[in-house]
Ligand binder design. Structure first.
Ligand SMILES: *Cc1c(COP(=O)(O)O)cnc(C)c1O
Length: 472
């Protein structure tokens, strides 16, 4: 699969080759910042604080922020702020900069494309980068059936369009989603997202015809993890019975849940959802926006259990930091929408497509997938012994470079969001960017760039371990 990719994606322009027309247009990509944690000031430093004051006067508070530090450069596993601090990046801008925030294969392609043209609107006149990205996704997504890909700009837009396509193809209105799901902040995807505060509160009424089934969350399954997959599937069947399966267009599932807490579903759950959807003629949509594009050690997280979704949504890491999203799926479903029914002014922007081709090039030899699997081993080796000694850690879980710890009050499953906040705050103060997630706000998630140097990851984990020890 990966060699297939290598043969189709053309190499980056060679800046040293005067015969390469792209070389003349593209200045050399800047070298990645020094891959070392450096704290020159307390965080946030004085320049970040001054910018933060301007931000607060100019922006609404509804735009939250994890760490009020302003970034000046970034690359590899490091963010450099405006005060000269080097922070260890365990977030990748929420699973976006998997190949790094200034990867030469991305930067050089974007520079070269920007120098030629920045936009035409693909619905007006065309460019080959869009077609190449579509071909790559058609080849790489699970299943060898005929496929089509439509590009968009954000994950929410991809999910919305998957719902549009599924409705157009089936003539049915209903959408089934799961507990703890996150699908975005647009109106339809808010209706599909599970968590009320802060995402949904005050924004209703939200679109209807959205039904919610339990997700096979082993740690929190009432009967324990053993019967989890089977009972969650029975609950899905029950829900379909109640609403009438012939009214349901799509089941939308994250193969590993993101914002909901990095939940890896109990083995057998995803294949079961696949079977049930097929039985009732329901379109299975895999929301791979966070877990896809190499993050979990396979190109798509659906591959871990060998499921073949009918539609796959990608975004986040797809554009290597530029806004790009996609719906890829069965040709007969994708062709159900009449001309003009899909698209958008910026959808599949040429700069974002150029960036994505750089991402595909970097994924092509499989070494970044291997890096993701190696990151899982390093994280488990460091955090599983900590969990054994620290009863506040209920579980270390995840796949590849998408790992998390769930924090609870010792001896119970009662979520400890306060502890998660305290741990994250200590990491931030020490210059390590770690994120909190989970329906109950009690999960610390790790999403390092796949290109993070191992010693930097180890240092980031040291800081996290010390933070858990001192806060719990
Ligand atoms: C982030 C995310 C989205 C929404 O993507 P945006 O680009 O923020 O609109 C949808 N689904 C999942 C699983 C996500 O993680």
């Amino acid at each position: 699969m990966t060699s297939d990719l290598a043969s189709v994606v053309p190499p980056s322009p060679d800046p040293a080759d005067p015969a390469d027309p792209a070389a003349l247009a593209a200045p050399a990509a800047p070298a990645a910042p020094e891959q070392r944690r450096i704290l020159r000031t307390a965080l946030p430093g004085p320049r970040s604080q001054a910018l933060q004051r301007r931000r607060e006067a100019a922006l609404p508070g509804g735009l939250g922020v994890t760490l009020p530090v302003f970034v000046e450069r970034a690359g590899g596993g490091v963010l450099v702020d405006v005060d000269g601090n080097h922070l260890i990046d365990l977030a990748s801008g929420i699973a976006v900069t998997s190949v790094g925030a200034s990867a030469p294969a991305v930067v050089s392609r974007v520079q070269e494309q920007a120098a030629r043209f920045t936009h035409t609107c693909f619905l007006v006149t065309e460019y080959d980068g869009y077609v190449e990205v579509a071909e790559r996704l058609n080849a790489l997504t699970p299943g060898d059936h005929a496929k089509r890909t439509a590009l968009f700009s954000t994950g929410a837009e991809a999910v919305e369009n998957a719902v549009k396509i599924a409705r157009a193809a089936t003539g049915r209105p209903g959408v089934v989603v799961f507990d703890h799901a996150y699908h975005g902040r647009s109106m339809m995807t808010l209706a599909m997202t599970a968590k009320e505060v802060p995402y949904k509160t005050g924004f209703g009424p939200l679109p209807g015809e959205v039904h919610r089934a339990p997700y096979a969350y082993p740690l929190r399954w009432p009967g324990g993890p053993e019967g989890c997959a089977e009972q969650a599937l029975a609950a899905l069947e029950e829900l379909l019975e109640r609403v009438g399966p012939e009214t349901v267009a799509a089941v939308v599932v994250e193969p590993v849940q993101g914002e909901g807490g990095f939940v890896v579903p109990a083995p057998g759950f995803l294949p079961g959802v696949r079977r049930i959807a097929r039985r009732y003629g329901i379109v299975l949509v895999a929301d791979e926006v966070q877990a896809g594009m190499g993050r979990t050690g396979t190109v798509f997280a659906s591959e871990h259990e060998g499921i073949v979704p009918d539609l796959v949504c990608t975004a986040k890491a797809l554009g290597g930091g530029l806004p790009l999203a996609a719906v890829t799926g069965r040709a007969e479903l994708m062709e159900a929408v009449r001309p003009g029914g899909l698209g958008g002014t910026y959808a599949g922007n040429p700069l974002a497509c150029a960036a994505a081709l750089g991402v595909f090039e970097m994924l092509a030899d499989g070494s970044l997938l291997e890096r993701a699997r190696r990151i899982e081993r390093l994280v488990r080796d460091r955090l599983e012994p900590l969990a054994a000694e620290c009863p506040a850690i209920a579980e270390v879980r995840g796949r590849g470079a998408m790992m998390a710890i769930e924090l609870v009050r010792p001896g119970t499953l009662e979520p400890d969001a306060e502890l998660a906040r305290a741990v994250a705050a200590r990491c931030h103060a020490e210059g390590v960017v770690a994120l909190v997630c989970g329906t109950y706000g009690n999960v610390i998630r790790l999403l390092p760039p796949l290109v993070i140097p191992e010693d930097l990851l180890a240092e980031g984990l040291d800081v996290l371990v010390a933070a858990v020890r001192s806060a719990s």
